[in-house]
Design a protein. Structure first.
Length: 683
């Protein structure tokens, strides 16, 4: 059957359009049509290809869904070896690197291209006459595996090199090198699915990316969302490639349709290398992907040539690694801790290790189901992760020292702190001590929460001190801290007169908290600091909140039935009312500060573009930490939530913004960049 010309034309047009939208979505992070429109185009192409199978070519976007499974990967010899980088962990090593280069080149302040070091898998992509023809893993640097079919499923890898203007000649051959990785949010999504299917979870995004890329069945790879970033070129026959600097090569690669690191920069001299390292280290936990350090590369190609290579790495580049966030250590035991709301948490006791910049001896195991799913037993070598502010956790076993199902962990049936019965929370994996305020562990935690930084912020009343005060029966409730005497304090070990009087002074000074702070400090189940701020903003008065019923509470957008019920439960508990009354009568006399913004918001006199508006932050901000941005927005009466919906007023997109950005485009939500947010904050 011959194919009508207009059909072939339409197929070509659709392919081009789809790849262009794909590029805008995956590489530029700036889609110009909603997902539904994209799906329509894709479906139309699929239909035409089904009717005219002769038209199907390997480089059609429909073929990204994955080809037939392979028996094994074939091997590919790299046309030039894929080298590795020399590593540095210490500042001094970076200094030595800079000095060596400066001396060899006879230059004072050498120019470097700097960028994050992606924690993924190195791959090489070969393009012939503009089409992607072969893709391989790094392997041992000389011989890698042919993973072409799998790489074809990665949407940020162009199937064709872009030609932006007619004068761009398509190179006869071009090898792009870069890293395949899985975004953190895609990793979380994948693990959620694995859990649902009762299949093994992946330890971290890197393992998930490796497992997905080295899949013999490309249709499985296609279901895993992988991402690619280019960082260099290999062998090529391409007249257009810049011959002056590495940063221009990167720009060129970008212009050809490949994603490159948005956080890259060009800096001069060793001191600037270290400040870049510091800056990226702070950005790290907000980036949408895992990185394990930064890479420094001498920018001038002529200078690179002068410096040359050792047998395994270039002398003109250095990987400055961050302290590892995951390490292996021995599991010495599993303790059970009782939290503020009575929830029992299994906590791993570990052979102390240095991880993520601190020594860790305990890590959470979350709950009984998690312990069993991870199949950890005492004596096993386990992988411990400590990343940013997140509490250290055991992510899995590195080496199983005991056969499966021996030494199985079970939750105690009685609370280890007070002996009360333990009950399972309906529909959850958590179990809770039923002892309430009779349980000393819960009381301690409630007081510790009350005095914490985001709570009443009582410096000098640390966890150990609270434990001692409760154990000795000196205090029983958070209200009792205000009636502590100097004698009681100095009767405790390691407590001098000076610290005792400082603490009493702080207690006195902190008797005028904002309503929001006070609500948060009470430690009502399911009421975090964002909800507390929202409650303070809406009710503006503690007594009104105390008397609110479930229906009234649910008027607040983020308060659903569960949270509302927790609040009314809290205020219907006699013991809690007793403590609250103590706060507001002599000799404690807490007086809540007027919240400056509340009145204004309630009577509508505040016309700020922020008050009452809902924001979602995505990607990394360069001048503000996300925490700061959140605080600033909230101080002006705005709200920051984590997911984009029709109710979202603004999405603030930093660098490397992810799917929230796409969602905002889809729903037509106003997107601000960092500068626009800063402007809004000043208005
Ligand atoms: S430049 C000669 N830039 O790190 C190799 N490498 O430890 C030049 N890597 O095999 C590589 N992110 O897979 C470069 N932004 C980045 C990188 C990066 C990750 C990997 C790469 C390389 C390994 C070396």
């Amino acid at each position: 059957m011959s194919i009508p010309e207009y059909i072939s034309q339409q197929v070509l047009k659709l392919r081009e359009a789809i790849e262009q939208h794909n590029y805008r979505y995956s590489v530029l992070d700036a889609p110009s049509i909603p997902d539904s429109e994209y799906d329509k185009l894709f479906l139309e192409l699929q239909k035409l290809e089904q009717c005219y199978p002769q038209l199907v070519t390997l480089d059609s976007p429909t073929q990204r869904v994955g080809a037939a499974p392979l028996k094994e990967f074939s091997q590919i010899t790299h046309r030039s070896p894929m080298l590795s980088l020399s590593n540095a962990f210490e500042t001094a090593e970076v200094g030595a690197f800079g000095r060596r280069i400066g001396e060899k080149l006879g230059i004072d302040k050498v120019e470097y291209e700097v960028e994050p070091k992606f924690d993924g898998l190195a791959v090489s992509l070969l393009y012939k006459n503009g089409s992607f023809v072969k893709g391989s893993t790094r392997g041992d640097g000389h011989i890698g595996e042919d993973v072409t079919l799998n790489l074809r499923t990665v949407k940020s890898i162009p199937l064709h090199i872009q030609t932006s203007t007619n004068k761009d000649r398509i190179p006869a051959s071009l090898e792009i090198r870069g890293e395949v990785l899985m975004l953190k949010e895609d990793f979380e999504k994948l693990n959620r699915q694995q859990r649902k299917k009762n299949e093994k979870e992946f330890m971290n995004p890197r393992n998930a990316a490796a497992g997905s890329l080295r899949q013999l069945d490309p249709s499985v790879t296609a279901t895993r969302r992988l991402t690619f970033f280019a960082y260099g070129i290999g062998e090529h026959e391409d007249e257009e490639i810049p011959r002056d600097t590495h940063s221009n090569i990167l720009k060129y690669i970008f212009s050809r349709g490949f994603p490159i690191a948005k956080e890259r920069d060009v800096v001069h001299g060793s001191a600037a290398l270290l400040s870049y390292y510091q800056k990226v280290k702070e950005l790290r936990e907000h980036l949408p992907y895992d990185i394990d350090g930064v890479v420094y590369i001498v920018n001038s190609l002529a200078q690179q040539k002068k410096l040359g290579f050792t047998s395994r790495a270039p002398r003109f580049a250095l990987a400055h690694k961050f302290p590892a966030q995951e390490v292996v250590t021995e599991l010495l035991g599993i303790d059970v801790q009782v939290g503020r709301t009575g929830v029992l948490t299994p906590v791993a006791r570990l052979e102390p290790v240095f991880v993520g910049g601190a020594t860790v001896a305990h890590a959470t195991l979350h709950n009984e189901d998690e312990v069993n799913r991870k199949d950890v037993s005492i004596g096993d070598s386990v992988i411990v992760r400590r990343a940013g502010d997140v509490i250290p956790e055991v992510v899995g076993i590195a080496e199983k020292c005991h056969p499966r199902n021996t030494n199985r962990f079970t939750m105690p049936e009685k609370c280890p702190a007070c002996g009360a019965k333990v009950e399972r929370i309906p529909n959850e994996s958590a179990v809770r001590c039923t002892g309430g305020q009779f349980c000393a562990a819960q009381r301690k935690k409630a007081i510790q929460h009350f005095v914490s930084r985001r709570g009443m912020d009582i410096e000098g009343l640390g966890e150990k001190l609270v434990d001692q005060l409760v154990d000795k029966g000196i205090i029983k409730t958070p209200a009792d801290i205000y009636t502590l005497s100097e004698e009681e304090l100095i009767s405790l070990p390691h407590m001098g007169k000076k610290s005792a009087s400082n603490l009493l002074e702080t207690l006195k000074k902190r008797k005028n908290p904002t309503l929001a702070r006070f609500i948060y400090a009470l430690g009502i189940r399911n009421v975090g600091d964002t909800t507390a701020k929202e409650l303070a903003r809406v009710f503006g008065d503690f007594n009104k909140l105390k008397e609110a019923n479930v229906e009234t509470l649910q008027v607040i957008p983020d308060v659903g039935h569960v949270v509302a019920q927790s609040i009314t439960d809290f205020f219907s508990e006699k013991h809690n009312i007793k403590v609250i009354n103590k706060f507001f009568s002599k000799p404690v006399d807490i007086e809540l500060k007027e919240e400056v913004d509340i009145r204004k918001i309630q009577d509508g006199s505040n016309t700020s573009k922020i008050s009452g508006k809902t924001f979602v932050l995505t990607g990394a901000l360069l001048n503000l930490s996300r925490e700061d941005a959140k605080e600033k927005i909230e101080n002006l009466g705005g709200k920051v939530t984590s997911s984009v919906s029709k109710k979202t007023n603004y999405v603030v997109a930093g660098t490397a913004a992810g799917s929230k950005y796409d969602k905002a485009v889809e729903l037509g939500v106003v997107i601000l960049d960092e500068a626009e947010l800063l402007q809004l904050l000043q208005n």
